[in-house]
Design a protein. Structure first.
Length: 328
């Protein structure tokens, strides 16, 4: 992380648990090493000279906070002005520092770095009998054949389809830029037969808004052996649609076409919203499952989404499981 201050730029380093990464934090003023003695202390007979203070640095620490996130934190010093702000930069494997935050950070002394932890999955997407590798890439990524992917900046990203035997790119397509203003997105990929016949790559993509919330975007992609084309895009926006830490792609209603499920909502195979479970009290959680557990014989029941077992993780007290009736 880096930041500017009067008199120069200070760079500190910390060891992130995910990779060799240099971090620096910069501030607007230089911390002093002494402070004036309060008037009441002088009245009590103490010397009017400056009292000694420990010389502290920013104490930058980076700790993995999730599968794809690193929490970076640092000290706020006692003599920092109220208007102090910070810039954060990352250097990977000894490379140049690149700024992560768009605006000066003034509301805290921490930053969640989602970096470019690429989503990836492996599947025969074009039906030629050999699996391809789908991966999210950013500027500077080197493919298996030695070619390098380029973007216009360090925020824009693309989805690449690689030859499973060589790692060479067969097709690339840009990640939608709807949430580009809040930085790069992290992703997880899955595959489903959304039309009942041909496999589609489904991408869950997310980044953090400046106020602490999250943007969420789903998109579906078709690789025909030559090009990668987006089928649809779904933006959560301000809708109350709880998401979690895994996605299920499965035919929940038996019509032969897969749906895309999150812990708190379901998308049809064409990318339209089918329903939300937020009104039923479902919130963010780590794991959820779909199962056909209706005890009635198959000939005596109508196929519908099976009950979901949901385990909230952000509730106080012991972990509790909640069973929610499925919606037709």
């Amino acid at each position: 992380m880096t930041g500017n201050r009067r008199g120069g730029t200070r760079r500190l380093r910390a060891l992130a648990l995910c990779a060799p990464t240099g971090l620096t934090v910069g501030v607007a003023t230089v911390p002093a090493v002494s402070a004036p003695v309060p008037a009441q202390a002088q009245a009590a007979g103490h010397s009017a000279g400056p009292r000694l203070m420990e010389r502290l640095d920013r104490g930058v620490v980076a700790v993995r906070s999730g599968e794809k996130e690193v929490l970076v934190s640092w000290r706020l010093l006692g003599l920092d002005p109220k208007s102090v702000g910070f810039d954060v930069e990352r250097s990977t494997d000894g490379g140049p520092y690149r700024k992560l935050n768009r605006d000066v950070l003034t509301k805290g002394t921490n930053y969640v770095d989602v970096g470019h932890n690429d989503g990836v999955t492996v599947y025969d997407l074009d039906g030629d009998g050999r699996a391809e590798v789908a991966v999210r890439v950013a500027d500077g990524v080197t493919f298996g054949d030695g070619t390098q992917h380029t973007e216009t900046d360090d925020v824009r990203q693309s989805i690449a389809i690689l030859d499973g035997r060589t790692g060479a790119p067969r097709a690339t397509a840009p990640v939608p830029d709807d949430y580009l203003a809040d930085g790069p997105v992290y992703a997880r990929f899955g595959v489903g037969h959304l039309d009942g016949r041909t496999p589609s790559l489904v991408a869950y993509m997310k980044n953090r808004v400046g106020n602490g919330g999250f943007n969420l975007m789903y998109s579906a992609w078709r690789f025909d052996g030559h090009s990668l084309n987006r089928q649809w895009k779904f933006l959560r926006g301000g809708q109350d649609l709880p998401d979690g830490h895994n996605t299920r792609i499965v035919d929940v209603d038996g019509d032969g076409r897969d749906e895309v499920g999150e812990i708190g909502f379901l998308l049809n195979g064409d990318g339209t919203l089918r329903y939300s479970l937020a009104p039923r009290g479902i919130i963010h959680g780590d794991r959820w499952f779909i199962a056909d557990i209706d005890p009635a014989p198959a000939e005596h029941r109508v196929r519908r989404p099976a009950p979901w077992r949901v385990t909230p993780t952000d509730q106080p007290g012991p972990t509790r499981s909640r069973r929610v009736p499925a919606l037709a």
